[in-house]
Ligand binder design. Structure first.
Ligand SMILES: C[S@@+](CC[C@H](N)C(=O)[O-])C[C@H]1O[C@@H](n2cnc3c(N)ncnc32)[C@H](O)[C@@H]1O
Length: 207
């Protein structure tokens, strides 16, 4: 029997979806189900950065994983034509896994050039620490899905979580560098619930 996984995300549903969003979830989402891809973004929120990735990498398949259905619906609204509901040309490389990324990873043989995790839920209370996604175990799992020279790119404005991730990395075969990169604008970046000066980024590679 498989080990029961601890839930790493909060709610799956927020406010009621619009009629168009409901239509997109029912009719288009099944067609965007991923199999394999080149770039993965885990926990894309409303999908701003998934869209950036698609525009920057028009020849690649970008897979976004997000169990929060309002976020999935926001991304779908943004990548489709309002009148025809067809995916806009610049976003045809996007695939969406509307659930826990760990379920997707079990069934794919993808080797990713990049795996992005921006503002993972920090679960700041000590009793919730086990819900943090970027544990040594999960980072080790992710490392197996990296292509040669592939990178896991992490960003968080929660500096305590950042330091915690650095500790977790010590129990993996990954090596970390702290890049000097421009701040990536996402919904959580703007909220800056942690109240810190800026996010911190990490790039992890297999040794
Ligand atoms: C704090 S939000 C950040 C969203 C977005 N990256 C941003 O910067 O705006 C973290 C997101 O990770 C998602 N998440 C948490 N655990 C996940 C998992 N196991 N698989 C996929 N997404 C997950 C949550 O649903 C949530 O939307």
């Amino acid at each position: 029997m498989e080990k029961q996984e601890i839930r790493t995300f909060g709610r799956r549903h927020g406010k009621k979806l619009s009629t168009r969003q409901n239509w997109l979830v029912e009719n288009l989402l099944p067609n965007l189900k991923p199999t394999t891809g080149d770039i993965l973004e885990i926990g894309f929120g409303a999908g701003e950065h998934v869209r950036d990735l698609a525009r920057e990498n028009p020849e690649k398949i970008i897979i976004g994983a997000e169990p929060f259905m309002n976020g999935v619906a926001s991304l779908m609204s943004a990548i489709t034509d309002e009148k025809t509901n067809r995916v806009l040309d610049e976003y045809t490389g996007i695939r969406i896994w509307a659930d826990d990324v760990r379920d997707f990873l079990r069934d794919t043989d993808s080797k990713f050039e990049q795996i992005w995790v921006l503002h993972p839920d920090p679960w700041p209370k000590a009793r919730h620490e086990k819900r943090r996604l970027l544990s040594a175990d999960f980072l080790t799992t992710l490392s197996k899905y990296l292509a040669d020279n592939g990178e896991i790119i992490i960003g968080t404005d929660h500096w305590e979580y950042f330091d915690w991730i650095l500790e977790q990395i010590k129990d993996t075969n990954l090596v970390a560098t702290i890049p000097d990169m421009a701040i990536i604008q996402t919904r959580y970046q703007h909220k800056n619930k942690a109240g810190t000066d800026s996010p911190r980024y990490l790039i992890l590679k297999n040794q």
